[in-house]
Design a protein around this ligand. Structure first.
Ligand code: HEC
Ligand code: HEC
Ligand code: HEC
Ligand code: HEC
Ligand code: HEC
Ligand code: HEC
Ligand code: HEC
Ligand code: HEC
Length: 424
């Protein structure tokens, strides 16, 4: 804005403030536009969809909107998109309950479903060990099963305080006995939100002013990995937490921080992902959940596999480098090396050691790192397909860790690339 125009604005505002009493804060700073983004309120994703049809169509088919679903006394079948887990395996609530006793469901889009009772408490397993969490097996719905959840916690004691990662506009209630600051006044729901699930405005900010005047008010666009990392994390110190021989789920950001892509200047979340489109159902949903593939950046010929194996079957880069070594719901019933969330650690340690010695800390609670770098072991990289000496794993030939290591060491033997690495 030029000086003269600023001056004119000053004068105009000066006159305006003489005319009106009870002046708003706009008068304090004449340069402030009349419509301030901070004055905005939530308008909901449907409003955004009126102008941003493509983003909306991709997002509405992805997992983000379905994290927390309000139940209206009947099965939420119609609330989920047809391709997702729940409508393909439409279960009923846990034993002793029906849909009139459920206020919200947690999950149901891909991995698992939990239930919230009419007072807002997450349903836990009682002394009778009732299973209350349903695990979907997306590849084979027949294998879906019920398991226990928080067995030690009496029903009516496990609050829903998960909203900062599961809802849009979550506000924590520091005093949950004050029911007016709990959603729907429910004693077990310790905060309020604008909408269940991750809507447009959770990532882009409140949108009423932009929706009313899109060319004068812009929305927040935060492309950083840390933005996704607000929710795709677990450990406050960003360590990679583990349990029972698996990496825990929702740690993509913690894994990425300890991967070569963060450490050596590779891509962040949104260089690979379209934040609006589904990845887990990429093949049947609008848009491309994955915008790029490994070989868009890494020359496929440089990363060809050395001779001596894989002459009939060529594994994909991700088969070895991004195996499902994190667990949300369940481990593959036919392969004890295969859980249900893809790893983002990427680097592989080709020594002949199993995960318990080579990958996890001695107490099994974290993934080890060296100079910040985490590395996955060959049992995870290869037994998704190969079998160990006990015959456990996939359908490819039996290989001991030593045999795998012999082949894995220097597995991409391209001279040009190796010379380049040596120069670093
Ligand atoms: C009335 C139509 C309309 C509505 C409703 C609307 N937008 Fe927009 N939006 C636009 C237009 C037009 C642009 C391009 C503005 C420009 O380039 O100056 C835009 C741009 C954007 C951008 C890109 C901003 C940038 O700086 O790159 C984002 C993000 C966005 N809108 C999100 C939203 C969200 C979220 C909502 C719902 C809260 C929403 N929009 C509602 C019309 C709309
Ligand atoms: C999980 C977070 C997240 C959600 C939810 C989300 N966005 Fe975005 N959006 C982003 C990020 C990050 C970018 C920037 C992407 C980039 O630069 O590669 C973006 C970019 C955009 C843009 C700029 C143009 C484009 O397509 O890159 C528009 C417009 C937009 N979003 C609209 C929407 C609308 C409308 C919704 C809801 C239907 C929505 N977004 C939901 C994170 C999100
Ligand atoms: C406010 C919390 C939050 C933020 C911010 C967030 N996510 Fe998510 N994300 C979730 C939750 C919760 C789920 C599980 C949704 C479900 O199962 O219904 C999820 C699921 C996903 C999925 C799997 C679902 C699918 O349809 O493929 C991908 C991929 C994903 N997020 C990527 C991202 C990326 C990339 C960003 C950053 C642009 C991001 N998320 C930001 C909370 C968040
Ligand atoms: C720090 C953010 C965060 C918190 C806190 C959090 N979650 Fe999540 N949750 C996620 C993300 C992100 C995902 C999806 C990605 C993944 O699992 O790897 C997810 C996935 C889930 C799923 C599977 C969803 C599906 O569609 O199958 C369930 C169920 C779940 N969380 C329950 C809970 C419960 C119950 C709590 C509170 C006791 C909780 N979460 C707290 C971020 C969080
Ligand atoms: C090098 C590219 C790349 C980067 C960088 C990346 N991802 Fe991914 N991500 C993938 C691929 C590939 C998949 C697996 C797709 C498939 O199902 O085959 C995936 C899967 C996911 C999933 C689905 C989980 C599941 O069940 O497998 C989530 C959630 C996710 N990524 C979140 C993130 C977040 C958050 C970041 C940033 C911290 C990130 N990703 C960075 C490539 C990437
Ligand atoms: C957007 C470009 C891009 C994509 C997509 C990408 N990478 Fe990378 N990757 C890089 C860059 C840049 C580096 C760091 C420089 C280097 O080592 O070449 C890197 C480094 C790596 C490293 C460490 C190399 C070392 O020297 O130790 C591994 C392993 C790796 N990437 C695997 C993958 C895999 C697997 C995929 C697919 C899931 C993938 N990358 C996708 C750009 C990319
Ligand atoms: C996508 C599945 C898949 C993955 C992942 C995979 N392999 Fe294989 N591998 C096969 C199949 C199938 C064969 C046998 C057919 C062939 O050689 O093409 C094989 C053959 C081999 C052989 C030769 C076996 C023989 O009969 O002489 C070796 C050695 C080998 N793989 C090592 C590895 C190592 C090391 C890893 C992990 C870093 C690995 N493979 C990951 C599928 C896989
Ligand atoms: C059969 C399993 C397997 C497949 C498939 C595979 N890799 Fe690897 N990759 C490995 C192993 C094992 C190492 C570690 C090698 C070592 O320690 O000498 C490695 C190392 C790497 C490295 C880092 C070190 C280096 O040599 O530069 C990069 C980058 C990489 N792979 C990229 C890729 C890309 C890109 C693809 C797909 C075109 C791919 N890999 C396919 C197993 C595999």
């Amino acid at each position: 804005m030029t000086r003269t125009r600023l001056l004119m604005l000053f004068l105009l505002l000066g006159i305006a403030s003489l005319c009106f009493t009870g002046c708003s804060d706009d008068c304090d700073d004449p340069a402030t536009p009349v419509v301030k983004p901070t004055d905005a309120v939530f308008v909901g994703s449907a409003k955004c969809g009126e102008c941003h049809e493509t983003n909306y169509d991709e997002w509405v088919a992805s997992g983000h909107p379905y994290k927390l679903t309000k139940i209206e006394g009947v099965s939420p079948d119609a609330s989920f998109p047809a391709h997702s887990a729940f409508p393909n395996d439409p279960i009923n609530p846990p034993v002793g309950m029906d849909w009139t006793g459920v206020s919200y469901t947690i999950g149901g889009y891909f991995w698992k479903m939990r239930f919230i009772d009419m007072d807002g408490w997450i349903v836990t397993s009682g002394a009778a060990l009732d299973p209350v969490q349903y695990n979907f097996h997306v590849e084979d719905p027949e294998d879906g099963n019920w398991v226990t959840y928080h067995t030690g916690d009496e029903q009516g004691t496990k609050p829903y305080d998960c909203g900062k990662c599961h809802t849009t506009g979550w506000v924590d209630n520091p005093d949950p006995t004050d029911l007016t600051a709990n959603q729907d006044g429910l004693p077990g729901m310790w905060g309020t939100f604008f909408a269940g699930g991750i809507h447009c405005e959770e990532c882009h900010g409140k949108g009423s002013n932009h929706a009313a005047s899109p060319t004068t008010v812009s929305m927040l666009v935060d492309n950083s990995s840390a933005m996704c990392g607000r929710c795709h994390t677990r450990d406050a110190a960003n360590r990679i937490a583990a349990s029972g021989g698996w990496v825990k789920h929702h740690e993509q950001y913690d894994e990425w921080l300890h991967s070569p892509h963060n450490l050596y200047g590779g891509p962040g979340c949104n260089d690979c992902h379209d934040p609006h489109a589904s990845v887990v159902y990429d093949d049947v949903t609008p848009g491309e959940g994955m915008k790029t593939s490994c070989t868009d950046c890494h020359d496929a010929t440089e990363y060809a596999l050395k001779a001596g194996a894989h002459s009939f079957v060529t594994p994909e880069c991700t088969d070895c480098h991004m195996p499902q070594l994190a667990k949300s719901a369940a481990v593959n019933p036919s392969n004890p090396y295969d859980a249900d969330v893809n790893s983002h650690i990427l680097a592989i340690n080709s020594a002949p050691v199993a995960a318990a010695d080579g990958m996890f800390t001695a107490d099994g609670k974290f993934v080890k790192t060296e100079n910040g770098l985490a590395r996955l072991t060959l049992d995870f990289a290869c037994y998704g397909c190969h079998q160990d000496s006990d015959g456990l794993g996939g359908a490819a030939p039996v290989r001991t860790l030593q045999q795998l290591s012999d082949y894995a060491t220097g597995i991409h033997p391209n001279a040009k690339r190796l010379a380049r690495i040596a120069q670093r």
